[in-house]
Design a protein around this ligand. Structure first.
Ligand code: TXA
Ligand code: MG
Length: 313
């Protein structure tokens, strides 16, 4: 595909040039692929919302190379530093208070008093961030409420040739979006991910829980319907519906053309990595409905079940 660019110094320089002009590119991260633009530029951030058809009230995550580059934009506190030392760079997003004189475009954080920040671990996006003198606003590279992409081909599946430059990094290693933790007032997990509430509780030496379904839109990405392949999904199935695609997990299931196994060996990390690929594949094969067996609800399984529940809504 002519809009896919392999990791090379030359292509990283091309990517940099496009971003400096406040245009948007697709980039790999260890969680999912994203649409990246200059977080300090209104015009760049507006383009991201437009391409994704994302409601302007749903703020973006700002991606930084390191702590030093963040200090101008957000207030740093103790809990943040503890978690940063342990988990960053990596799949954890922190909600922090924004500094008044920060240059972050008010479109990027939907004009809130807080910003979401992440330090991605993927080597390619890190090289790019290191070479820029602004952070990148990077939401997942899918149309609003659709399934997130975990490869360059998935980005094309979402947007066709609309994205002119996709920086290729192979398959995303984790395959689910980062854990989002609110540190701006009551410490709470707003979105489960590869880093679990237990991992976080251990570092902070106190119990950190999930935000309970509330009517207040603390994290607008927590909209009830999300990650949707656009066809009905039934969860915790024991019996399969006629002609439905069946998503299973573990070795007791037989292979056939209706069955899609997230991990034959019962490995939760592998299941997470395969989830979005599988949903996309089933949809593209033309199935009209999906049945999912019960998936264990611990560690990254909590994040898998969270996404399935929202995809099924
Ligand atoms: O793994 C990831 O986080 C990926 C990769 C590309 O880095 N990005 C991602 O971005 O998942 P997005 O835009 O698809 O999800 C961002 C989530 C949304 O649920 C949004 O509402 C929430 O973060 N968020 C952003 N800023 C926030 C803020 N100031 N307060 C509360 N929630 C916020
Ligand atoms: Mg998203």
């Amino acid at each position: 595909m002519k809009n896919i660019y392999k990791n090379s110094t030359q292509n990283l320089n091309k990517a940099k040039k496009i971003l400096i002009k406040n245009n948007v590119i697709a980039v790999p991260t260890e969680t999912v692929y994203g649409l990246a633009g200059n977080a300090y530029s209104n015009s760049s951030v507006k383009k991201i919302y437009k391409i994704k058809k994302r409601p302007i009230k749903n703020p973006l995550i700002i991606h930084y190379y390191n702590l030093k580059s963040l200090k101008k934009d957000a207030f740093i506190k103790d809990e943040f530093l503890k978690l940063y030392k342990k988990f960053s760079p990596g799949p954890l997003t922190y909600i922090l208070k924004k500094k008044k004189n920060s240059k972050i475009s008010f479109f990027a954080n939907s004009n809130l008093k807080t910003i979401a920040v992440r330090f991605p671990k993927n080597k390619i996006i890190r090289k790019l961030l290191k070479n820029l003198n602004f952070p990148l606003a990077i939401p997942s590279a899918n149309l609003s409420s659709a399934v997130s992409p975990v490869s360059s081909e998935d980005v094309i599946d979402e947007f066709g040739s609309k994205i002119k430059f996709i920086l290729d990094g192979g398959n995303s290693r984790i395959g689910l979006e980062s854990t989002v933790i609110n540190l701006s007032n009551k410490i709470q997990i707003l979105r489960p991910g590869a880093i679990s509430n237990k991992d976080i509780s251990k570092v902070l030496k106190k119990k950190v829980s999930f935000l309970k379904n509330s009517n207040k839109l603390i994290s607008p990405g927590l909209l009830k319907r999300h990650y949707s392949p656009g066809i009905p999904i039934r969860l915790n199935c024991k019996k399969m519906e006629d002609k439905a695609a069946l998503i299973v997990f573990g070795k007791k299931y037989k292979n056939n053309k209706y069955t899609f196994n997230l991990s034959k060996s019962g490995d939760m990390k592998e299941a997470a990595r395969n989830l979005y690929k599988t949903l996309r594949k089933i949809k593209n094969l033309g199935f009209k409905k999906i049945n999912v067996v019960k998936i264990p609800n611990n560690k990254i399984g909590i994040a898998i079940n969270d996404r399935l529940k929202k995809a099924a809504y």
